[in-house]
Ligand binder design. Structure first.
Ligand code: ADP
Ligand code: MG
Ligand code: MG
Length: 252
């Protein structure tokens, strides 16, 4: 069992108007096999949390810690984080001209596991994973993210997760721009990988819709750079009815 532990995390960015504090003391502990939903209004700092876990250089950590089984994640390079078993879905959002999905996945697998996968086994694994996500085999020959639809981008993320077998995945707004069919396929993928490997998931979302397909064990409401409330999945149902007004009015 692994634990990703975030303690009193404080994060700011430099803007033209000076330093801007975004995260103001976030505590979050995720164990293997747990699904944590982070929900909250736009601008509350959800993506900042994801980018900070990913090691994006723009975000500076002013206090607190992130550890993975006791190891200091904040000291790790982006590559080291991936090798340690962290998967961040927004890590590869850019187009990579001239690099096919197939080559990209193989390079990523080699980087994460420290050795090139054996060819025959690998081809089989990729084929199986693509079938499960109902992707056409020709997808492997396309350039990464070039002209991908929203649904294709998300499926590509799940495909990476399926093949890289991380310990923890941070999925930032994986549901945005998905139609119901794509949402179902993506959610089935997450649930299946969780079942097979004990993946722990930090699922960041603005809407409750995806939580009908991926059932969270814990729900955290993020407001103004802090967790304003925590609960089980019943909290998501309440948010669906009431929205975030209550928290915003309370000025948390
Ligand atoms: P969320 O994902 O919850 O919508 P974000 O983490 O994207 O929230 O943003 C939190 C706050 O930080 C917002 O006020 C946003 O404008 C600001 N912010 C985040 N990243 C940047 C950035 N790179 N440059 C300027 N402001 C940013
Ligand atoms: Mg936003
Ligand atoms: Mg965001």
């Amino acid at each position: 069992m692994s634990v990703l532990d975030i303690k009193d995390l404080q994060v700011s960015i430099e803007t033209e108007q000076g330093k801007k504090e975004i995260l103001r003391g976030v505590d979050l502990r995720i164990a293997s096999g747990e699904i944590h939903a982070v929900m909250g209004p736009n601008g509350s700092g959800k993506s900042t949390l994801a980018y900070t876990i990913a090691g994006h250089p723009r975000y500076s950590v002013d206090g607190g810690s992130i550890t993975l089984d006791g190891e200091d994640v904040l000291e790790m390079s982006v590559d080291e984080r991936a090798r340690a078993g962290l998967f961040l879905a927004m890590q590869y959002p850019v187009e990579i001209p001239g690099v096919t999905v197939s080559n990209f996945l193989r390079t990523a697998k080699t980087a994460v596991s420290g050795e090139a996968p054996r060819v025959r086994q690998w081809i089989g694994d990729v084929r199986t994973a693509m079938e499960q996500l109902r992707m056409d085999p020709s997808f492997g020959e396309r350039n990464v993210n070039e002209g991908f639809s929203g649904g294709e981008k998300k499926r590509h993320e799940i495909l990476q997760m399926e093949l890289l077998r991380p310990q923890f995945a941070v999925l930032d707004e994986t549901d945005s721009g998905l139609d119901v069919d794509a949402l179902r396929i993506v959610s089935e993928g997450v649930n299946r990988i969780k079942g097979e490997t004990g993946l722990g998931v930090l699922l960041i979302t603005h809407y409750t819709r995806i939580l009908r397909y991926i059932q969270p064990d814990f729900v955290h409401v993020f407001v103004n750079g802090r967790i304003a409330e925590q609960g089980g999945r019943e909290l998501a149902d309440r948010l669906e009815d009431e929205g975030y007004d209550r928290y915003l009015k309370a000025g948390v």
